[in-house]
Design a protein around this ligand. Structure first.
Ligand code: ADP
Ligand code: MG
Length: 347
């Protein structure tokens, strides 16, 4: 294990903003901390970097305790690289000088080699002589990444690194960053409130709420088997319908009795909220559910329809894009109930 964050608490004054948080990262893995603004992501990352003291728990990096209450190894002694949202490049240094900045103490020959390698690896070839104000946002963020990677850190921490970039660039750059880290064999932690970014980059994701990790899992499991309603809501799209548990694997809903192969979280007779992802609602002209199109979002290959049942409840469904229905039109769907998940009912 490269990093163990064990039950850490960080507080500002007497207000804990990271409260008993824990996770582990293996060498070469890329993980994300995903959660809404204010949930403690930056504080947790700063604690790992050595900028925030712990009031409980400990952090172990590469086999050594680097943080515990009353003791903190200095940030510069941790061999951790950091990339922030606002690139923070040195404006008076060229791209090459920025990237080589962390290589003091390295021989000139090694320095040149690392510089060329980093320019190549981050797609900045030919831009070494430019100044930061001559770069696009995406290029500047690549320089920040190259600068953080050049000293070959044990661990790279990235705090919302793409949030100043437009959506398309953000997606492309997140995939690129994943490729670069994997190619360089660098372990990384990304902090973000954007699930698409977390999904594109990560092997594992910790979904945070109120200074804690609610679920630490693969992107696939977070989407398909969220352990908390908050996770289900925060990750991916979906709608909840009220149900009542009538058996270990079945519940009664307004759409009839549905049987899932996931264990239901509540006892027989209890009310539950059943999560329906768009991929659980299948377009089917002979389907037994009739619903009205109340919203549509064109996604290219697919259209995401918001459908309303006669009761007023809503469902989401992905239709092949050529099935172009107008608002107000009635369409038929069926449910693929096998993967449905339910949570204790919330009023
Ligand atoms: P995130 O990065 O998830 O948005 P932060 O870790 O920045 O969350 O902040 C968590 C909580 O701690 C927020 O309520 C924030 O207002 C508070 N906070 C952050 N930094 C400080 C600080 N230096 N002093 C006091 N409170 C802070
Ligand atoms: Mg933050």
């Amino acid at each position: 294990m490269l990093l163990t964050v064990d039950n850490i608490t960080c507080q500002y004054g007497d207000q804990p903003v990271v409260a008993g948080m824990g996770f582990q990262v293996q060498r070469g893995e890329i993980v994300s901390l995903l959660g809404p603004s204010g949930c403690g992501k930056t504080t947790a990352l700063r604690a790992i970097a050595g900028f925030e003291p712990l009031s409980a728990g400990h952090i172990e990096l590469d086999g050594h305790v680097v943080s515990e209450p009353g003791h903190s190894l200095a940030p510069e002694a941790r061999h951790i690289g950091m990339v922030f949202q606002d690139y923070a490049l040195f404006p008076h240094l060229t791209v090459a000088e920025n990237i080589a900045f962390g290589l003091r103490g390295v021989s000139p020959a090694d320095r040149r080699e690392t510089l060329h390698h980093m320019l190549d690896a981050t797609g900045l070839h030919g831009l070494g002589a430019r100044y930061p104000h001559e770069l696009s946002g995406g290029q500047a963020q690549r320089v920040a990444l190259a600068r953080a990677l050049a000293p070959k850190p044990l661990l790279l921490l990235m705090d919302e690194p793409f949030s100043n970039l437009d959506v398309e660039l953000r997606e492309r750059l997140s995939l690129e960053v994943r490729d670069i880290l994997k190619a360089e064999g660098i372990t990384g932690i990304l902090v973000t409130h954007d699930q698409h970014e977390a999904f594109a980059v990560s092997d594992k994701i910790g979904v945070m709420q109120g200074g804690k990790i609610l679920q630490w899992d693969t992107p696939y499991n977070l989407y398909h088997e969220p352990s908390h309603r908050f996770v289900a809501d925060f990750v991916g799209q979906g709608e909840f319908l009220l149900g009542e548990v009538i058996g270990a694997d079945s519940f009664q809903t307004e759409l009839g009795v549905l049987k899932t192969d996931k264990a239901c979280v509540d006892a027989i007779g209890r009310k539950v909220d059943v999560l329906f992802r768009p991929d659980d609602i299948i377009p089917d002209e002979s389907g037994d559910i009739l619903a009205k199109v109340v919203e549509k979002a064109f996604k290219g290959a697919e259209i995401l329809y918001t459908l309303q049942l006669s009761s007023g409840s809503k469902l989401l469904s992905l239709f092949p894009s050529h099935r172009n229905h107008a608002l107000g039109e009635q369409v038929r769907v069926r449910i693929d109930a096998q993967h449905l998940i339910c949570f204790p009912h919330q009023d």
